[in-house]
Design a protein around this ligand. Structure first.
Ligand code: BGC
Length: 735
């Protein structure tokens, strides 16, 4: 047991030792004797640098990490423990649905518990920090990383940012058992790359940045998030890792963040590629001045800061501040008292993938799925129907998303396995067409995917078998989607749609038997085209994780009633992207008017195929007109807006009641509507409840013409309903 005086410790460190605390390297360096050379050490670290690094990323396992920590501590002159960090994005070994799906649950309590379980499993495996949550607002499904966000809405992202941070960290101290530190990312604006191409330039007005993109990071900070990661992109032409105004001015001074800032992978060195630094030394100077504490995986800090400080180019006080924040985090996690924290092989055995975690993963996965269409074909009766399960995702286990880096395929329940577990009779299973081959997920390029698929000699055999099964069935469940490697980092797509061979499969199967239920496994909204028109039902299952197959089967056979709602719009056409519900007012709005000169397309409606907030259930709900307890308020008052919701169907179900507000006239153009609150309510058949939203002046604030964050008096409309297209509204006045 060791209590440390951090200030004293800092004062005792040499310049090199301090700089070492700011270096983060990959875990594999510690498991190999001697220096790693070749492509694995493309960053070019030498043995001394690796030995001096203060934190490690990307490896886990209690035995492994305890050994590394022990060896390290024995050699470290001041016995400063290493920090172990990793990307635990949607679960450690028990893999939950991808974050985009989690948002669709509209259930922050469940998402908080998911983060708690992820933290417990990770902590037992020796990890101290996860690079999560990603709270980047996303409006462009071409960008592969939309799968890591909770979607296109600021309010939803704030709610889930808070839930996730509280889930990982708890609220009673990071040193408590089962807690890990959270790292909110990527600060800032990374979710808006031009043309949806990863790492591309971001052009956002300051107003949009502040009003729509920054609040979720703020919500994470207010929830106590201990760490922030910089983003790869530029904002107003300045890369975040060199952006002093952003990282010190906005993040620290305005948003009040006091914790540690880490660069994204190699982002400091990439300042050279951005063309804002001449060389690594220049990059190191820019980043430390901007307020980046840890340099992830480059030699910029460890090889240049010493000289920069000795030559008085960089003030040593900047280094001391950064090192202090790293030491503080280590101390908050209790690592000076116990450098192994919760790493424990026995706990790993009892906790990881335990029945309770699996059961919860199944429940959460079912709650994240969105029923997009149902012409009465779902749920399928468990008896009396011949069902053909067809499609490349039917028997596949890898339905987890690329960030499930510690998850293992063998632990995942496929749809086929789930149907067999339910002992459904008269079922057949076939692949129909090959899915893109499993290669190194993160390196799979779209071009190669197509080639692999076309090369497959079995194609006709697979198709013939599937057609035969479809002909002999009453119902076909066709599982289509994306290879998990088609979404995630560096997986932007110009055509967020099903590939040609899956469309061909759908058409051939539909010809053989039109009773087709499509189940989609994918990491982004897709342009569904004819498939959506023709299918009798469409269930969006996303990439649902370890218990994904069970959750899909629960919904297909009516053991669960779907209750997810989309948190990203599904476009009708690629040309509509970016498309999002809280668009701004224009001078020539199109509302079905006759004439040409309106803000519209001449070859496609403006509206998405499926809007934000949309999702069906096996039951139906009636929502009453909006009632207001008063129709005007002053800044100090509030209005209570309410509806009565009734389950008028025959099945118990959950509905997400959503409250939207529009500011009718502002000093700048305002969004057509904005989500301000939601309640997920569970109702038995015939049951009715009142749902109340309190409208406060604070909810009506925005960045005015003078860039002041405040409300302006005037007329507002509030809508309460079951999607962003609800017309159930009433007006009120802010005096
Ligand atoms: C990603 C981050 C991630 C980091 C560490 C980067 O490439 O952008 O989101 O946390 O790698 O794995």
């Amino acid at each position: 047991m060791r209590k440390v005086d951090l200030k004293k410790l800092l004062d005792n460190l040499s310049l090199e030792e301090k700089i070492g605390q700011l270096l983060q390297v990959c875990g594999y360096y510690y498991e190999i004797e001697g220096v790693v050379t070749g492509p694995q050490n493309s960053a070019g670290f030498n043995e001394r640098e690796i030995a001096s690094a203060g934190s490690v990323l990307g490896i886990a396992g209690a035995e492994r990490l305890k050994k590394i920590q022990k060896n390290y501590m024995e050699k470290h002159p001041h016995q400063i423990p290493l920090l172990f960090m990793a990307d635990v994005i949607n679960g450690y070994k028990t893999i939950f649905p991808i974050p985009l799906a989690q948002g669709c649950s509209f259930n922050p309590e469940l998402v908080k518990k998911c983060a708690e379980i992820s933290a417990m499993e990770s902590a037992a495996a020796g990890l101290h920090l996860t690079f999560s949550p990603m709270v980047d607002l996303v409006r462009d499904p071409r960008w592969g990383r939309v799968m890591e966000s909770t979607g296109e809405d600021t309010y939803v992202n704030c709610v889930f940012a808070k839930a996730t941070v509280e889930g990982y960290q708890g609220t009673d101290g990071l040193n408590k058992k089962g807690r890990i530190a959270a790292c909110v990312k990527h600060f800032a604006g990374y979710g808006a790359p031009m043309a949806g191409r990863d790492y591309n330039t971001v052009e956002l007005s300051e107003r949009t940045l502040r009003e729509q993109y920054l609040p979720p990071y703020q919500a994470a900070i207010e929830a106590g998030c201990s760490t922030v990661m910089t983003s790869f992109n530029t904002l107003d032409r300045v890369p975040s890792s060199a952006n002093k105004k952003l990282m010190r001015g906005i993040l620290r001074d305005e948003m009040g963040f006091e914790g540690m800032v880490i660069s994204d992978w190699a982002a400091i060195e990439e300042l050279i590629n951005h063309g804002v630094a001449q060389n690594r030394s220049d990059a190191a100077r820019l980043a430390i001045e901007a307020g980046v504490d840890i340099d992830m995986m480059t030699t910029c800090y460890c090889r240049n800061l010493k000289e920069l400080i000795e030559n008085k180019v960089v003030d040593e006080a900047l280094l001391d501040d950064a090192v202090m924040r790293v030491l503080q985090l280590k101390n908050d996690l209790g690592l000076f008292e116990n450098p192994f924290k919760d790493a424990d092989e026995k706990d790993e055995k009892t906790l990881i993938l335990c029945d309770e975690h699996r059961a919860f993963a199944r429940k959460l996965a079912a709650e994240t799925m969105v029923l997009l269409k149902n012409e009465g074909i779902l749920p399928i009766p468990k008896k009396g129907k011949k069902i053909a399960f067809i499609g490349p995702h039917t028997s596949r286990r890898w339905i987890c998303g690329v960030w499930s880096i510690f998850g293992e395929e063998k632990d995942v329940i496929s749809l086929e396995q789930a149907v067999r577990n339910k002992k459904i009779e008269n079922v057949t299973f076939s692949t129909g067409c090959p899915i893109l081959k499993d290669t190194d997920a993160l390196e799979l390029a779209e071009k190669d995917c197509t080639a692999i698929a076309e090369d497959n000699a079995n194609k006709q055999v697979l198709l013939d078998e599937a057609i035969l099964q479809a002909k002999n069935a009453d119902v076909v469940v066709l599982s289509l989607g994306e290879h998990p490697a088609q979404s995630g980092e560096a997986s932007s797509r110009v055509e967020p749609a099903l590939d040609a061979q899956q469309i061909e499969l759908f058409n051939k199967i539909y010809e053989a038997n039109p009773n087709v239920v499509v189940v989609l496994f994918n990491g982004r909204p897709l342009v569904l085209g004819e498939i959506f028109e023709k299918a009798k039902a469409v269930l969006e299952a996303w990439l649902p994780g370890t218990e994904g197959g069970n959750a899909v089967a629960d919904i297909l056979f009516g053991d669960e009633n779907p209750s997810g709602k989309l948190t990203m719009s599904f476009p009708r056409h690629i040309g509509q992207i970016p498309i999002y519900y809280n668009d701004f007012k224009t001078g020539r709005p199109y509302t079905g008017n006759k004439g040409k000169y309106f803000s519209k397309y001449i070859d496609c409606p403006n509206s998405p195929l499926l809007p934000f907030g949309y999702g069906l259930s096996y039951t139906s709900f009636e929502i009453s007109d909006v009632m207001l307890d008063r129709d005007s308020m002053t800044c100090k008052e509030s209005i209570f807006a309410s509806v009565r919701v009734k389950n008028v169907g025959k099945t118990a179900g959950k509905e997400v009641i959503q409250c939207y507000i529009r500011d009718e006239v502002g000093s700048v153009a305002r969004p057509v509507r904005e989500l301000k609150g939601f309640h997920k309510v569970e109702l038995q058949p015939g049951e009715e409840k009142e749902i109340v939203f309190e409208i406060t002046e604070e909810m009506l604030r925005f960045y005015t013409i003078d860039m002041e964050y405040k409300s302006e008096p005037g007329k507002f409309t509030v809508w309460i309903g079951s999607s962003s297209q609800t017309q159930n509204g009433r007006e009120f006045i802010l005096i």
